[in-house]
Design a protein around this ligand. Structure first.
Ligand code: ADP
Length: 308
């Protein structure tokens, strides 16, 4: 079973309208609400890979109840900690020209008590988990190095952690030696301040992150595939072209592909193929955090992993 951690989940609400305009009232029948947050995308994709998932984090209020009911429908094991306050809603209003406006709530502040309850919940379960993924930003009230605390608890039981976050939160938590980090190119550029305009520059930036503690690093490059630097060597993943529909959640799908294949003891070559095939499949589909297993299996045959 794979554990996923989403400390800052959200209800994602999408409204499609004819045209965005100031000071108007719009009516629509084209709207949708889903359980959002990067870790919940990871959880959904792991379920689609037919592996059991146990999801941890903080949920509160009626939006929290909505997320609980959505994850229950797809048999994700709910280990979320109940908090006071209301889980945030992220609003996306899209018009027929493709213009959109996003409104992101800040979400509830987490108390010390709730944080301790979450840590206890995680400690109680960690032995049942094959691998753990940590995704996304931190809610208010939570110290920046909480991810290190989680990684150290996991390590004390011999469990690997994939850490997918960005900026200072990523930098600050490298010291706890996560098994794998997966920034995209822009995120790596931001934290290393190195312009990533060549393979040599990407390698230099990757080694900077490895020197700070990460055991392995995968750098995702959208339609250009991925680089990987780590204990089993350095690799470039070349991927075929696909018809793209929605790339939101592709990085999360890659994390799910990694977690799944590592938990199954697959080789690094296979893990990189799964990670990219899941990201690609998500990119071809309309939904966020969705893959098609048949397509994933076809794509795996077409992806090339080169040692560099
Ligand atoms: P993030 O969502 O974290 O920015 P990426 O956009 O780099 O991550 O996507 C992760 C993976 O998904 C890529 O390494 C690639 O395998 C696949 N992918 C993403 N965008 C595309 C695309 N436009 N075409 C084909 N594959 C894609």
């Amino acid at each position: 079973m794979i554990g996923t951690i989403t400390l800052n989940p959200a209800v994602d609400r999408r409204y499609n309208i004819d045209e965005l305009a100031k000071n108007t009232v719009k009516r629509t029948e084209d709207y949708h609400a889903s359980a959002g947050g990067k870790g919940l995308n990871v959880s959904r994709v792991i379920k689609l890979l037919e592996e059991d998932v146990c999801a941890f984090g903080f949920l509160g209020g009626n939006t929290g109840d909505f997320i609980r009911s959505e994850i229950k429908k797809i048999d994700i094991i709910d280990k979320f900690t109940d908090v006071c306050g209301t889980t945030r809603t992220c609003l996306n209003i899209i018009d027929s020209n493709g213009d959109n406006i996003e409104v992101l709530e800040k979400g509830p502040s987490i108390s010390e008590d709730d944080k301790n309850k979450f840590i206890e919940e995680f400690k109680n379960e960690v032995e049942n988990l094959d691998i753990i993924t940590i995704s996304g930003s931190l809610p208010k009230g939570i110290d920046i190095d909480i991810y290190s605390e989680i990684i150290e608890i996991a390590a004390s039981k011999g469990k690997k952690v994939i850490l997918d976050t960005s900026g200072d939160v990523l930098l600050e938590n490298l010291k706890s030696k996560p098994f794998l980090v997966k920034p995209n190119k822009e995120e790596l550029e931001n934290i290393t301040k190195i312009k990533l305009d060549s393979e040599a520059a990407i390698k230099m930036a990757a080694y900077k992150i490895l020197s700070k503690g990460a055991q392995n690093i995968a750098i995702s490059l959208g339609s250009n595939g991925m680089y990987f630097f780590g204990e089993e060597g350095n690799f470039k993943v070349d991927i075929p072209k696909v018809d793209v529909s929605n790339t939101v959640g592709s990085g999360d799908s890659s994390v799910a592909g990694f977690a799944y294949s590592i938990s199954k003891g697959k080789t690094i070559d296979q893990a990189l193929k799964y990670a990219n095939a899941c990201g690609m499949s998500n990119a071809t589909l309309k939904g966020t955090g969705q893959i098609d297993m048949e397509q994933v299996n076809e794509l795996i045959e077409k992806i090339i992993v080169r040692k560099i």
